[in-house]
Design a protein around this ligand. Structure first.
Ligand SMILES: Nc1ncnc2c1ncn2[C@@H]1O[C@H](COP(=O)(O)OP(=O)(O)OP(=O)(O)O)[C@@H](O)[C@H]1O
Ligand SMILES: [Mg+2]
Length: 410
């Protein structure tokens, strides 16, 4: 993987997550590698399950994180690539066809725009909008497999594409926060697609892989096979639910539950010592309690299994027999939980690993954590393209192919 180098192309990724808002400023160095120049992270208190519910708090968190990143990078930024998630996200695969008026001249960039415009025109509820169109393949006179059909002589051009749909109000609220924070959105990208850009290799996407970005508020799902995205979606449960479950089960505060989760948590109960215990202070009368680590793990495991079940159901209803020969890649902060890989292996009967951003220079390895997959993916996307919401908004077809390559070819 390499990017066109040059200091002029400085871009900013803005991951507005449920737990933290993270801004990353970067550019492609002289070797074409992504170099992060500045990073700022602020606790996020204005989102629930990936959705903005408090504009003011979200604006503040964006301002703080962008400010910190600017200070570290020693430069001011305005344009940002923003990630979006939330339970309102749905996806669907669609197909469209157009006639080519002058078949011998070959497919023109205008024809590609036309067919991509047509593939978006599916029947969707009033309150939804298409936020991304990701072509899977172009088909020229019934011959499939074209990544770029430009100049191919044919009378009929078809496209198969993956469409990502979001609630209009959710997109508006996110963009309002970005602009009130003094930034300008260059593009909105599904967080699962951004994370995939940062951590998945080309061969994994070809062989078939399930990516799960398990954050604080949402589990973002993406399925790739044959080199293309086949499904994307969101399950509205993640690490925050594990913390709440621990708080209820152990009768401790949420604050303590979060610390207990990170210090003693394990997602696979049979990996824990049945005799191991730890002490905590309960919320009632500040009573000291001795808790079994096995019991804690059972609480965590139950929620993780529920998340995996919802993911499996979502994929089964979207895809007929998905091919996942590369297995499952876990990322997002919850992927740091010990035992989660083992639990996922036993649940999905597939090889499982934790994915962290690859080939990132700068910040002394701090960003090689599953927590930063979305932010790094947004930066990579920004470096590779100038794409904004969907197509047909004045960008040349070359820009479109740059964006396509950022999603499919990395
Ligand atoms: N060591 C750890 N063990 C278990 N869980 C952890 C660990 N470190 C972080 N987490 C959990 O990861 C979650 C945060 O992950 P992340 O930063 O990816 O979320 P986010 O991007 O802010 O949220 P989302 O993407 O859901 O909107 C929190 O629930 C946190 O408790
Ligand atoms: Mg996230």
């Amino acid at each position: 993987m390499g990017f066109k180098s040059g200091k002029a192309r400085i871009v900013t990724g803005l991951d507005v997550g449920t737990t933290k808002v993270c801004a990353l400023i970067g550019h492609a160095d002289e070797n074409g590698q992504l170099r992060v120049l500045g990073m700022g992270s602020s606790p996020s208190q204005g989102l629930r399950r990936g959705n903005v519910v408090d504009i003011d708090r979200t604006v503040q968190a964006i301002q703080q994180s962008v400010g910190k990143a600017e200070q570290m990078a020693g430069l001011a930024v305005r344009d940002v690539y923003v990630g979006i998630a939330g339970a309102h996200i749905i996806s669907q695969n669609s197909k469209a066809m157009i006639e080519i008026t002058n078949p011998l001249r070959g497919v023109h960039s205008r024809d590609i725009h036309r067919v991509l415009d047509r593939v978006k025109k599916i029947h969707i509820p009033e309150d939804r909008q298409v936020i991304d169109v990701i072509p899977q393949e172009f088909i020229c006179n019934d011959q499939g497999g074209y990544e770029n059909p430009e100049t191919v002589a044919c009378s009929k051009l078809e496209v198969r594409a993956h469409l990502v749909l979001a609630a209009k109000t959710a997109v508006q609220n996110l963009l309002r926060c970005v602009s009130q924070a003094g930034c300008r959105s260059r593009g909105v990208l599904l967080e699962a697609v951004a994370s995939a850009t940062a951590i998945l290799g080309e061969s994994e996407k070809h062989l078939g892989v399930l990516l799960l970005d398990i954050g604080g508020g949402t589990t973002d799902v993406a399925v790739f096979s044959g080199g293309n995205i086949q499904h994307s979606g969101v399950v509205p449960y993640a690490g925050d639910n594990i913390t709440n479950d621990i708080a209820h089960a152990l009768k401790v505060s949420r604050f303590d539950a979060e610390n207990i989760k990170k210090k003693y948590g394990c997602a696979f109960a049979e990996m824990t010592d049945p005799n191991a215990t730890f002490d905590v202070t309960g919320v009632f009368e500040s009573k000291r309690m001795c808790i079994s680590r096995r019991h804690l793990a059972e609480v965590i495991q139950a929620r993780c299994e529920e998340i995996f079940e919802l993911v499996q159901r979502q994929i089964e209803s979207a895809l007929h027999r998905p091919k996942l020969f590369s297995g499952v890649v876990l990322t997002g902060g919850t992927a740091l939980m010990p035992g989660l890989v083992e639990l996922a292996e036993s649940f999905f009967h597939l090889p499982v690993k934790v994915g962290v951003p690859q080939n990132v220079q700068g910040m002394s390895g701090v960003l090689q954590s599953p927590i930063y997959s979305t932010g790094i993916g947004l930066l990579m996307h920004g470096l590779k393209s100038h794409a904004v919401h969907g197509f047909g908004n004045g960008h040349s077809v070359r820009h479109f192919f740059k964006m396509l390559s950022s999603i499919i070819d990395l």
